[in-house]
Design a protein around this ligand. Sequence first.
Ligand code: X5A
Ligand code: ZN
Length: 663
Amino acid sequence: MGTALLYDEEMTKYKLLWVDPACKIEVPERLTVSYEALVRSGLSDRCISVPAREASDSEILLVHSEAYLEAVKKTPYMTLEDLKEFTLQFGDVYFHPNIYHCAKLASGSALQLVDSVMTGKVRNGIALVRPPGHHSMHGAANGFCVFNNVAIAARYAKQKYGVKRVLIVDWDIHHGQGVQYCFEDDPSVLYFSWHRYEHQNFWPNLRESDYDSVGKESGTGFNVNVPWNKVGMENSDYLSVFCHVLLPVAYEFCPDLVLVCAGFDSAIGDPEGEMCATPDIFAHLTHLLMNLAGGKLCAVLEGGYNLTSLAQSVCQTVQTLLGDPLPQLANLRGPCKSAIESLQCARSAHRRYWSFLKHAADPPMTDISTKHIKSTMEEEEKREMAEEERCTEGKVWPEPPERLCPPVCSGSVLPDDVACPDGLKRLSSSKDLEPLLVSKLKNRSRTAAVDGDGVTTFSRLYTLIEKLVANEIRNGLVLVPDVTAAMCVVQDLTSDLVKRVLVVCVGKEKELDYVTTDGKVLVVQISSEDNEEQRSKYYIPVCLKKGCSDTSGFIQAVFGLLLPLGYEYNPDLVLLVRMPGSGVVDSMWQQLIGLLQGFAKGHTLVLMQVNEKASMGSTASALLGHPAPPLQELQTPFPEDGDALERLRERLQADWKMLQTTS
Ligand code: X5A
Ligand code: ZN
């Protein structure tokens, strides 16, 4: 199962033929630099190349009016003057004699990609296309867009493959109003968009781009807008919105297919977006969507006008689709004030439609009444900033570091009588532990049994950890007679090798002595046990009424707490411990493993007890990078769990800024 890449040089063969400052950034080089960067980095060779094709009339008519299609059909025969005049009836777009051909190829590429994914030819893929699509409407071109490639693809997937629910994630920095209009009364297509808005002062200046446009009629609740009211948003802001708005809704929606309006004008250096998120953020945004819909994800290029940042962002996205380990994101310090306001407004606008957002707080009352005043103030601030910095043109950022794939994906340490799952490399090192280490282990009360079998297991475990740290193995599966004892051993073995370990404990462990206050270890424990007194910044017990068997509560804890904490903590190793009898559902367990692989460059060590070896196969599959099965038929979460989670988050916000959802 691979990654499809759609590209056709033909789509570089149109350009702006007259002077128009609004359109001059939409250049053919956008496509060539993106593709060449993929070639140069060797990524294109690892993809499955799928040919583009033209979308047919009937496919275009899935979204657009006959009158509009007929009008665009005439453009190849128009004179320059006619083209200019034709262009005038639309906003911020230009026509060219070859653009109709390219627009058919752009939409057709999106459809070829959907075909490749839906027929199982590939797992996921990306289409590099021009013209973009998300601004074009039923009867109008707009914002460089002629046909709405992604909207057409969504209708096509429903019609041809009987797909029931499509999630469209629009991370372009502009509001894809064309997509919103297309699906606003349709509950089978969930549209999410964040966009530069500045209280309606940014193009396309629409009232309906605000957070309170939640959809219409039966589609109410299926349109999610997150307006950015300031420029300069950073990685923290984007991840916060994913964790606290998009992902809870997306997991509750449970799509059969994910389409991404993949515009990269939301990256640093872009003259349109003026945001500050770095290209490696797209690795994480992509990764966070890759366990939805069983991994069926189609990304279709939209905007992106800084050629350097565009090419880097495209590479980050493709490398993630291919399954390479993710780059670490350092120094995430939580969302800025304006971003918190935006995400709080979006959460509260949607809390009546999505049970995973039910406990969202009210936004501050000031919102509507002071909007005008605020926006005036912000205009001034912005102008000052522009003068001081000449914001985007002068922006520099380091090229994302190379993402090296360890030669081995998954290693295992198993008792000799347990068969190793396919694809895992069994470690059978006979290397002895250093005497010093052995005595250190023996000195610990609960690891007194370190002899004979214990030494063999722990010496293999030590080898595994060494290889993880040396980046020779990406992740590992360890089966032991006693997970509690093994946890302590891992702590001893890693303390000299790793700066920060994130320990995720699934299920209850009464005598957890894995708690430190020096920040070398962060423990997040999800169980039915409340442990009020033991709370410290680095020990976070999350209590669910029905424990880990309650998938709804679990997923809320993962997005509301675990992921934001993990991002802020930025571990070098993740230790995932499955306590015996935790009751965690298999699909939830696989989702968790998949999501945690976004941390520590994918260095996850899973500890399980021997008597739980029935779950070894699904664990191995998740560690090998196979998408987790969807979480179906989620129960309504318990209100008391939601309350408790909110209270816990409230309390931890002072220490962990990524948990902030209220100002
Ligand atoms: C696809 C896209 C932007 C249009 C901006 C017009 N369009 N001012 O990014
Ligand atoms: Zn855009």
